[in-house]
Design a binder for this molecule. Structure first.
Ligand code: FES
Ligand SMILES: [Fe+2]
Length: 330
């Protein structure tokens, strides 16, 4: 069974869907999304049941039905179709999906997926700072590997985290669970121009903790800073649920939500700090997106790799990817 028929996936920024239908790609299949009757979002496999024309190339009627651009068949949100030239024709249904709008994006799932499986984002005290989409020209397992370790920080990144001279002092813990991995890094924060928004001082330590889950594939990052002793926590914190959505066998969409928690005097920076946080994560993710395609050929098996201690979560994540997300028993 495909992942789409078991889990909700974020597929499009909500404001990118206006009056015209839009095509999205998810795990090798194309879907047509549109806003239909009463503003409800419709989602059909993007292949007309008549002669397979892409429905996303059509238009939306005033009654909210989606019209195929080839011979004008029209479809409602349940996928029920009708041919204008042969109204008596039966079995004209297109394959319908569930689609909902939440947290600024459109989520897609097969008909059987319960609503309760829609991931809840955010946490108490945090405010939403926006969402970004970044395409990676690499398969899902390669992108997952990259987001399973921070060892690459000094070489791939330039803002969050530590510099090469501090790699000998990294604090690191990783724990594997039957349904997830939990990872923690700590090291001296490199000098950063954006530090003022989050109350970071020179010599502070950067803390990055995350949990990786597979229903669907995502890592939830929690980032904060402390003084060097760890006794004083700075007043700005970031929470970034990052979804890794397979588009096809060779590319993956990262959907990154940003939440910010500010305390004390920092609160007055509110929207400015949230914008800074989104910009910061945008640039970090772009750094990854620039590098990761160089790894696109990495095979599913890790055979022959000389893995080190920072790679412990990678090994477990690959297993959970197969078992939970792909539903493949070992
Ligand atoms: S292919 Fe869609 S109506 Fe003919
Ligand atoms: Fe990275």
């Amino acid at each position: 069974m495909s992942a789409v028929s078991r889990f909700w996936h974020p597929v499009l920024r909500a404001r990118a869907l206006g009056r015209e239908p839009v095509q999205v790609m998810l795990d090798g299949e194309r879907y047509a999304l549109w806003r239909g009757a009463e503003g409800r979002i419709g989602a059909l496999v993007d292949r007309c049941p008549h002669r397979f024309a892409p429905l996303s190339g059509g238009h939306v009627r005033s009654d909210g039905r989606l019209v195929c651009p080839y011979h004008g068949w029209r479809f409602d949100q349940a996928g029920r179709g009708e041919s204008p030239s042969q109204p008596e024709l039966r079995r004209c249904a297109a394959q319908a999906m569930q689609a909902v709008e939440r947290d600024g994006v459109i989520w897609l799932a097969g008909q059987e997926v319960p609503m309760e499986r829609l991931p809840r984002l955010g946490a108490p005290g945090y405010e939403a700072g926006g969402v970004m989409f970044q395409r990676f020209a690499a398969p899902l397992h390669v992108v997952l590997d990259n987001f399973s370790e921070d060892e690459h920080t000094p070489w791939v990144h330039t803002r969050l985290g530590w510099r090469e001279e501090d790699v000998g002092t990294i604090g690191f813990e990783a724990e594997n669970f039957p349904d997830r991995t939990e990872v923690r890094y700590e090291a001296r924060q490199r000098p950063s121009a954006l530090g003022g928004f989050f109350g970071i001082k020179k010599g502070d330590h950067f803390h990055n903790r995350w949990t990786t889950l597979f229903d669907p594939v995502r890592s939830i990052y929690e980032i904060h800073w402390t003084d060097a002793s760890g006794a004083v926590t700075r007043p700005g914190r970031l929470l970034a649920p990052i979804f890794m959505v397979p588009l096809d066998a060779g590319s993956t969409m990262m959907v990154v939500f940003m939440f910010v928690r500010l305390e004390g005097a920092l609160r007055r920076l509110g929207s400015l700090a949230r914008r800074a946080a989104l910009m910061l994560i945008q640039r970090e993710i772009r750094d990854d997106a620039r590098f990761v395609p160089a790894l696109a050929e990495t095979p599913m098996t890790m055979q022959g790799m000389r893995l080190g201690r920072f790679d412990k979560p990678l090994i477990h994540n690959r297993r959970l990817l197969a078992r939970i997300y792909r539903g493949v028993e070992e």
